[in-house]
Design a protein around this ligand. Structure first.
Ligand code: GAP
Length: 429
């Protein structure tokens, strides 16, 4: 496979209705993206896969869906109000602002003026807002910068409702917001994005075992996304680069066309968050081992997954170009379980009512079985195949005159382009 270029991914994503610039019609809003019909389907397939793997199919996991707006005390106790910052520098000439750790020049990237940057100051990345009609300090809230805190603040509720054995975990999928100084690289660094997070509560003496367990689970996840193993790298994050709450972090990095960058993180958060809540809310976060008097505040292993970065890695690793009958072909070799459209159904000719009728029958039967099935009777068959290849549809089914006689159809494979004859019941039952 030749090197995939970022422009190819961005262009295909826009052209075929995966991802559009947010508020594009008004000139856009930097760091925001809208998901089109195929993008939303791909994104949901990724999130559903995650939920199936890490919540539904496990006995030790619970799900939550906490409010995005939370009491400001959550973010004071968690340390985000004081420390969730990036270093910001401003150009004295054109007033453009940059993240200091992302520039390696003393020349302004906007106006080119040499030595015009201010001293760095810490810029808090949380979006601040006010809840209710009174605009004062007591009504301040923030759009959550991580879904994790909605889990920690519900830890006591879950323990009291379900009496889970330790270790157990809580998973959440939802929006997170960060006022990134320089959003960039397509959806990679967005201001509004989606996280899939697990807080896994463990006995303090067993954190290493659980850390290792989740490290292996992360690799299972990467396999399920269809990412080539040699494109993913573990980075043991040194202490000075770790988040304020972490005693150990492994970043799982992916070879994106923009370089090797963080895809997801695995952190040991100790009892940092539960202790902060205990101290600031004045409620016990202790867990008592059943049948004993052993009490302690659990420690936490946190695998934290970003949906957009997973989606971008999936698009990059499934993007292919080859040549068919002397013509360049672009296709997405998406794993079948992630493909937004599972089958495309066409009548050979759209002006033959008997073919259309039969094709509609097959279409309905496939739709009943697979949900996301597309109907396409535009242009010639070759063009239909190209369109479906570009959006990663694994199979195209064509109904022709023989289908009327013997109930067989032509089914074409996206990756090999091979066509074969199968009976309708073989694919619909
Ligand atoms: N609760 C821990 C936490 O939020 P993080 O490393 O800051 O840790 C976790 O974020 C994941 O969220 C990242 O690995 C990435 O996949 C995703 N993520 C973070 N910031 C993002 C952004 N601005 N745009 C898109 N995804 C982002």
């Amino acid at each position: 496979m030749s090197e995939v270029k970022m422009e190819d991914i961005v262009s295909l994503a826009k052209r075929r209705g995966f991802v559009y610039q947010g508020s594009e019609i008004y000139g856009g809003l930097s760091g925001t993206w809208d998901y089109g019909p195929l993008g939303v389907s791909l994104k949901r397939n990724i999130m559903n896969l995650w939920w199936d793997m890490f919540v539904d199919s496990r006995d030790d996991m619970y799900g939550v869906d906490a409010a995005i707006l939370m009491n400001q005390k959550v973010w004071q106790a968690s340390g985000h109000v004081d420390t969730f910052t990036d270093p910001l520098v401003e150009c004295g000439e054109c007033k453009s602002r940059f993240r200091e750790d992302q520039i390696d020049t003393s020349k302004c990237l906007n106006c080119g003026k040499e030595g015009s940057f201010s001293e760095a100051r810490q810029f808090n990345m949380m979006f601040k807002t006010n809840v209710g009609p009174v605009d004062d300090e007591s009504s301040v809230s923030y759009l959550r910068p991580e879904t994790a805190q909605g889990i920690f603040t519900n830890y006591r509720n879950i323990v009291d409702s379900f009496y889970p054995d330790l270790p157990f975990g809580v998973g959440q999928v939802g929006k997170a917001f960060r006022n990134e100084i320089s959003p960039r690289d397509f959806v990679f660094r967005s201001r509004e994005f989606e996280q899939m997070e697990i807080e896994y509560f463990v006995h303090p003496g067993n954190w290493e075992e659980s850390f290792e367990h989740w490290r292996q689970q992360v690799w299972e996840w990467l396999k399920a996304l269809g990412l080539p193993e040699d494109k993913v790298h573990e980075l043991e994050v040194p202490e000075e680069d770790r988040a304020h709450y972490s005693k150990r972090t492994i970043d799982f990095e992916f070879d994106y066309p923009i370089g090797r960058k963080e895809l997801l993180g695995l952190a040991y958060r100790t009892d940092f968050d539960l202790m902060n809540i205990q101290n600031s809310a004045g409620k016990s976060m202790e867990y008592t081992i059943k049948g004993t008097n052993e009490k302690f505040v659990p420690h936490v292993i946190e695998p934290s997954f970003g949906v957009e970065r997973a989606l971008m890695a999936v698009l990059v690793s499934s993007y292919r170009e080859d040549e068919q009958n002397g013509e360049k072909r672009v296709f997405l070799a998406l794993p079948h379980h992630l493909a937004p459209v599972k089958y495309c159904v066409s009548p050979l000719l759209k002006n033959k009512p008997e073919l259309v009728e039969k094709a509609r029958e097959v279409y309905q039967a496939l739709k009943k079985k697979h949900g996301n099935v597309m109907w396409d009777d535009n242009g010639n068959i070759g063009k239909r195949y190209r369109r479906q290849d570009e959006i990663g549809t694994p199979y195209c089914v064509v109904i022709d005159f023989d289908s009327l006689e013997d109930n067989t159809v032509t089914i074409r494979d996206r990756d090999t382009t091979e066509q074969k004859r199968v009976t309708i019941s073989e694919i619909t039952e």
